[in-house]
Design a protein around this ligand. Structure first.
Ligand code: 0PR
Length: 374
């Protein structure tokens, strides 16, 4: 650290130079985060001091968190769901499976999840000492429930279903997973980190949340399609009893108990999530999702015109295109400023049509993609 402090303008010129190296979202097609809504940013700044790690000091912010949990619960089919606002999908997934592990008391616990599950579950295996068993996918990249059943044994504590998979945007058959979970007395966690703010606003009705009987917990992230500020993830449980295994005594704080993984945590992100959800309402999110889906369909239709097919018809604003010579094409696109990514198996070009994308830029992308292929 420098001994003498730098004047503010010098500090900010260093920051400006750093910011200039960062990418603007304009040509970013590989992110599940986006520019936060201005209302979220304003609320975030207003609550910049609030620490929900010691919420007795910030009872107003704590009330906002209760409201956010209740709004997310309602969106997920149970307004009485309980939980808290975490740092993101990774923390929510860890905590959900930590609850399952602590409630089930198995010596060598295992969890069965789809091959398409996010890599946060690989971290969970290491942190929680749970064996992760990966079930195969069907031809539409949803989990094959036969493969799930084959992997279950006496040490299985939970199943995981994905509602909006990271690579394909697919939704696993949550109804079928629920039947399996109920018949084996297993915990069923649904990872809707991405899809939680998409699926409720699609024209097609899809069962994926607490409206399905066997679902015990859900991850849903305001900092992805919720357009809120980072870090804001949601962890929801159907039953209050599921929070108990996470509880820790906090004798010297203004509150007696804490169940988040982190200690100090952002009240600003909670205020931001409350503000943007209340400001947009269901109609606002529906319009945003409609626009993202229009752009997704345009990409698929445009790519088909020059012979590039999606691996499967997209259910949400994530698409995997079967692009020939994918590495070369991605490199050429990168030289034109486009950020794309790949799916693991099979390798295809993964594109996410987030709210920061524009319909004009989609046309530019399609023409660049066509040029790079030919
Ligand atoms: N569950 C699912 C289904 C996810 O897609 C993700 C992240 C997580 C859990 C973990 O969430 P957190 O990252 O909030 O802990 N999916 C994206 C991914 O890893 C996250 C992302 C966001 C990646 C922005 C890139 C980016 O620019 O692909």
């Amino acid at each position: 650290m420098n001994r003498k402090g730098l004047p503010e303008d010098e500090v900010f010129s260093i920051l400006d130079r750093a910011l200039q190296k960062d990418r603007s979202y304009d040509k970013v097609l590989n992110a599940m985060c986006t520019r936060p809504h201005p209302v979220a940013v304003k609320a975030h700044m207003q609550f910049i001091e609030a620490n929900l790690g010691d919420s007795g000091l910030f009872p107003g912010t704590r009330e906002l968190e209760e409201k956010v949990v209740s709004i997310l619960g309602e969106l997920m089919g149970d307004r009485n769901a309980c939980g808290y606002i975490s740092t993101g999908g990774t923390e929510s997934n860890i905590q959900a499976l930590r609850t399952a592990r602590n409630l089930k008391h198995k010596k060598h616990p295992n969890v069965v999840l789809p091959e398409s599950a996010h890599f946060s579950f690989d971290k969970i295996a290491d942190i929680l000492g749970i064996e992760i068993r990966k079930a195969q996918l069907d031809s539409e990249f949803k989990v094959d429930t036969g493969s799930v059943e084959n992997l279950i044994d006496d040490n299985t504590i939970a199943l995981v279903g994905i509602a909006g998979s990271t690579e394909f945007g697919q939704v696993d058959p949550i109804n079928e997973l629920s039947d399996i979970a109920l018949s084996h007395d297993l915990f069923l966690h649904v990872d809707a980190a991405f899809g939680g703010f998409v699926i409720p606003f699609l024209d097609k009705k899809i069962d994926f949340n607490f409206s399905v009987n066997g679902v015990t917990s859900i991850t849903i992230d305001p900092h992805k399609m919720g357009l809120s500020t980072i870090p804001a993830g949601g962890l929801l449980f159907r039953e209050e009893a599921c929070l108990l295994p996470l509880e820790i005594d906090t004798p010297y704080l203004t509150i007696r108990k804490q169940y988040s993984l982190t200690g100090t945590r952002s009240g600003a992100a909670v205020a931001a999530a409350y503000a943007v959800m209340t400001h947009l309402g269901r109609d606002g999110y529906r319009m945003i999702v409609n626009r993202c889906m229009r752009m997704t369909h345009r990409i698929v239709q445009g790519a088909k015109e020059f012979g590039v097919e999606p691996l499967t018809e997209p259910m949400m604003n994530v698409v995997a295109l079967d692009v020939p010579y994918i590495d070369t094409v991605r490199k050429k696109l990168h030289e034109k400023g486009w950020m794309t990514s790949v799916t693991r198996k099979p390798r295809a070009m993964r594109l996410i049509l987030m709210p920061h994308m524009t319909e004009e830029n989609i046309e530019v992308f399609l023409s660049d993609l066509r040029d790079c292929i030919s």
